[in-house]
Design a protein around this ligand. Structure first.
Ligand code: 5RP
Length: 225
């Protein structure tokens, strides 16, 4: 379910958000190609003397942070001052995330941060949320949760690995149902309904969590507070 604009626009958004990180801060490190630009920019800033620690939201962001030299910590030992993370769709400050199947840890880290900066290119902006909502489910809960999703008016689709030789398995050992609800009238109500389903570990609706949206274009980045 990947969407996206140019890599240049993603880079502009990621690098602009990385500039908001101050010396001594703990940073939540988001997942995906846009957040990766922020992690690389932080790595360069660390090389230049910035003192930061990162809390990764996925195996992928942890590996990249290690590669570019961002020191790491955990939620057991620190609270993020700021988090920088991408999104699959942004509407009225609410988000759908989980295109990289990392939304459970992303929500944990992004919600814990004092400030959560979203990085996105213009293709992610919409008037209303409408792309399928990723729902991470315990493997044994796949069918019961799929039935609950249908009761809520959605159409669940088990996410398959790229080679279609099996399902995507998250960093937490679970499965992902991409759930098409069409245009979502009330994201907060749907988020509450999804959270209430037994067997749902986490869903990709991020309602009222973002503090600023950094929107990249091929020419620069703008910030929407
Ligand atoms: C991963 C995510 C990503 O942040 C989201 O899919 C956006 O990715 P990209 O920046 O590559 O378009 O939610 O679970």
């Amino acid at each position: 379910m990947k969407r996206g604009g140019s890599d240049e626009a993603k880079r502009r958004a990621g690098e602009a958000a990385a500039e908001a990180v101050a010396d001594g801060q703990v940073v939540g490190l988001g997942t995906g190609s846009t957040a990766a630009h922020a992690i690389r920019a932080l790595g360069r800033a660390v090389d230049a003397g910035l003192d930061v620690e990162g809390i990764p939201t996925s195996y992928q962001s942890r590996e990249l942070a290690r590669e570019v030299g961002v020191p790491l910590t955990t939620l057991d030992d620190a609270t993020p001052d700021i988090a920088i993370d991408g999104a699959d769709q942004v509407a009225d400050g609410d988000l759908i995330k989980g295109g990289g199947a990392a939304h459970a840890r992303e929500k944990l880290v992004d919600a814990a941060a004092d400030r959560f900066l979203v990085v996105a290119d213009e293709s992610k902006l919409a008037d209303r949320l409408s792309v399928p909502v990723p729902v991470e489910v315990l493997p044994d809960a796949r069918e019961p949760v799929a039935a609950s999703i249908r009761d809520l008016g959605g159409e669940p689709d088990l996410r398959l690995a790229e080679r279609k030789d099996g399902p995507v398995v998250t960093d937490n050992g679970n499965l992902v149902l991409d759930c098409d609800f069409g245009e979502i009238d009330d994201p907060a109500a749907l988020a509450a309904d999804l959270s209430a389903c037994p067997g749902v570990l986490e869903h990709g609706l991020f309602v009222d969590l973002a503090d600023a949206i950094y929107v990249g274009t091929d020419d620069g980045a703008t910030v929407r507070e």
